[in-house]
Design a binder for this molecule. Structure first.
Ligand code: FCB
Length: 464
């Protein structure tokens, strides 16, 4: 089993960017070192049973100390780009000024990536809000939006020369809804009125940071990363159809519509006004809907929804026999293609970059090897789904596999492995899995084919 795309696809061109992704809290560890402040995830991990096995981010993949080797690993995969996030509590002190030690850590990483000719995709917020801001209300407090803009301003000035692409937020849905509405993620609050207000403030913070990033980093690309799963109705019944629509509206449209059209979905005003943010000030929607250079999309799975009188929808399993990954997510590449085509038909989108896609598998190291055949199939099928979406007219310009290496999978702790590289958490030994080797081989073949094309072109030029 290998990763293969049709020979004539745009995805083999040099303009299509391939990478691997990680996020600060999931890999760095060293959460009290060099003046790093406490984040909401440090606090959440300390609540008994909030995270599986009471795992925490104190050591994680010890990337804070092992980053040089990790960059060599990234380089050895042959990717064009690396997507990482900055830990806000590592780089901004309590007085709002930069922490030089924290900044130096990222400067060195980014500099090393540039030297290795690897493009840098930086996300400013991958869920690790400084705890002292949460103590003031976190994303329920509008002031956090201005704090985010100030953080974006300082850090983009400090790192601008090494960054090709800035994303303001990773998955506002997860940060706001899992964190403030469903209580599954930090800070662990659970009320729709919190979730939707937090979401509005996150989108507003994105909009406030855009002009700042454009000013400080005029030649970089600036955008945001949304997560979307394709929502299906569990049956043809009108109730279930309604459930599917509500899931799609509350999870997906609620986030993309403000960005693309400057409004929250109209249907909510009629059927679920309590799922709309209570505090939207005049001008907010214009700030949120400013143009972006790219839309990052994270895709993993699809969902099926049955009618539920209290919550509108109830997540049910697919009634057909389908394949699941170790985290219980259905493998649904066809749904990926549909989702991309639907979005393309619904909105005037900027270029899309698939900023995350991957599978959790039960990976075991046997004789120094991990034979994660399911992940290879998963990657192959999803890359081909992207190819099909491009053929159908969707403008997609890049793909990042989640993740470079196994890491702290939020509420699931270290129990779920998403890496192309296996991490032994006792020894911190990294081992490239079969999927990592397949990605490596695929990229090598693509680069050879690019090289051949250049040679062919040169030959043609000579004969003209
Ligand atoms: C996404 C997150 C990422 C990782 C994957 C599996 O929602 O952005 O950090 O946990 O899921």
């Amino acid at each position: 089993m290998s990763i293969q795309l049709p020979e004539n696809t745009k995805m083999l061109a040099s303009s299509f960017t391939y990478g691997v992704a990680t996020a600060a809290f999931q890999i760095e560890g060293a959460n009290t070192e060099d003046g790093r402040l406490e984040s909401i995830w440090d606090r959440f991990c300390n609540q008994p049973n909030a995270v599986k096995n009471n795992d925490d981010g104190r050591i994680a993949c010890d990337h804070y100390h092992l980053w040089e080797d990790d960059i060599k690993l990234i380089q050895s995969l042959g990717v064009d780009a690396y997507r990482l996030s900055i830990a806000w509590p590592r780089v901004i002190q309590l007085d709002g000024q930069l922490n030089p030690l924290g900044v130096r850590f990222y400067q060195e990483i980014l500099k090393a990536l540039k030297q290795a000719n690897i493009k840098t995709f930086v996300t400013l917020y991958h869920w690790d809000l400084p705890q002292h801001l949460e103590d003031q209300g976190g994303w329920l407090n509008r002031d956090t939006c201005y704090k985010f803009r100030d953080y974006a301003n300082l850090i983009s000035q400090a790192l601008n020369q090494y960054v090709d692409s800035w994303a303001t937020f990773n998955e506002p849905f997860c940060a706001a809804i899992l964190g403030y509405e469903l209580g599954i993620h930090a800070p662990g609050l659970s009320d729709p009125k919190y979730g939707r207000q937090a979401a509005h403030h996150i989108l507003l913070a994105h909009g406030l940071a855009l002009p700042v990033l454009r000013k400080n980093a005029p030649s970089a690309q600036v955008g945001i990363v949304l997560n979307m799963n394709r929502s299906y109705a569990a049956s043809e019944s009108s109730e279930d159809q309604f459930a599917g629509l509500m899931r799609e509206t509350l999870d997906n449209q609620f986030f993309i519509e403000p960005l693309m059209k400057g409004q929250y979905p109209n249907i909510l005003q009629v059927v679920a006004p309590h799922y709309l943010p209570a505090m939207v000030l005049e001008g907010d929607m214009d700030i949120i809907s400013q143009p972006i250079d790219f839309l990052g999309l994270n895709y993993y799975t699809c969902n099926h929804n049955a009618f539920d009188a209290e919550h509108f929808f109830l997540n049910v399993k697919n009634s057909n026999e389908v394949e699941y990954t170790d985290i219980g997510w259905e493998v649904a590449p066809h749904a990926f293609k549909e989702l991309l085509i639907n979005l393309h038909q619904q909105y005037e989108l900027p270029p899309i970059i698939i900023t995350e896609n991957g599978a959790a598998c039960v990976d075991t190291l046997i004789n120094g090897e991990v034979n994660d055949e399911q992940r290879v199939r998963y990657l192959n099928a999803h890359l081909n789904a992207i190819h099909n979406a491009i053929e159908a007219g969707v403008n997609i310009q890049g793909y990042f596999a989640w993740s470079l290496m196994d890491n702290f999978e939020w509420a699931e702790g270290y129990s779920k492995r998403f890496g192309l590289v296996h991490v032994d958490y006792q020894t911190q030994k990294r081992t490239i899995k079969r999927s990592g080797k397949a990605y490596q081989a695929f990229l090598k073949a693509r680069n050879e084919c690019l090289f051949k094309t250049v040679l062919e072109a040169q030959k043609t030029i000579k004969t003209i």
